[in-house]
Design a protein around this ligand. Sequence first.
Ligand code: SF4
Length: 368
Amino acid sequence: MSLAGVYVHIPFCRSKCPYCDFYSIVGDKKIQQEYVDAVLKNINNSKKYKDADTLYFGGGTPILLDSDLLRQIVNAVKIKFNLSGEITLEANPCITTKDKLKELYKAGFNRISFGMQSANQDELDYLGRNHVNQDIINAVTWSKEAGFKNISIDVMLGTPKQTKSSIKKTLDFLIALDIQHISAYMLKIEKGTKFDCDDIRNIVPDEDEISDIYLFVCDYLSQNGFMQYEISNFSKKGYESKHNLKYWKYDDYYAFGASAHGFVNGVRYSYPRDIKQYIQTSGENYIVEDYDKSDAEEYLMLRLRLSEGLNLKELSCKYNVDINELLKVSDKFIKYGLMQKNDDNISLNPKGFLLSNYIISEFMLYIS
Ligand code: SF4
């Protein structure tokens, strides 16, 4: 039986990026300490169903917290969930220092994920990011010196003024850094963010250009040793994010912190996007979410995000689904060159990933 993951949300940032919809505030040391105290209480009081083998600190900008506070959370999770395995921290390259990275490695972190988004200064300016490429080079070099052997970098696709040649420059920069993992997420203009305006909509690549950029990224990274294992994630062999795989493989993950989402023992739950309320209640204010999808729908939807795809026999055994109709749907998409089938396994290719919402909705018609 697979073990669980643990997600901890650290909702502090130095400033708000104009495209970002994650829950974060600019908080001082006092509120950071109060927040960590609440997270620790939440972890200690939580009900444990199984041990964990991954821990992921997301945000926000978790690296903003003092190393000692981060270490306290790591230790609490180790004790409560008998944790040993992958421990990831999301980090901002311009806040990272050599000493901090050494402290983090000593505290037990063994994977670090930097938000870079682009190696082109004009694109970074649009995104409101205040690092330069040298900050990334320093952050990666210092991480390696500190002992990190598993380094990930995020890039963003479909950003203002991005072209196929500018994304190639970004990828070449990343490949030269000799890191293990790259996430390449599409920019989504979220309601209520500063990007939610025509000035931005008019300068992002159009749908055809975005498709071209995405297919280029998938192809170029695979030619350069980064295997695509999920719609937006690429890694060298053996360096897939074990924590994120739990989301897509429908495994359990505990969550702690304001706005964090968890899935344990078949129950989805989340904490409100309200740090003060979280501190006051130490996480007792979580909400059990009503979900409009059946387990079989959810399983299919998540599994088809993965390059390894979905085993139809497994789906049929687990959820009592008649696979004959699903086979007809997959045959149609195989004919269009968007999917492949190996024995009982069906999976999307990069062209299929681009149309995954539509393809998944076609499968959903035959699952209840
Ligand atoms: S640093 Fe990350 S979490 Fe913070 S505002 Fe920017 S994108 Fe959002």
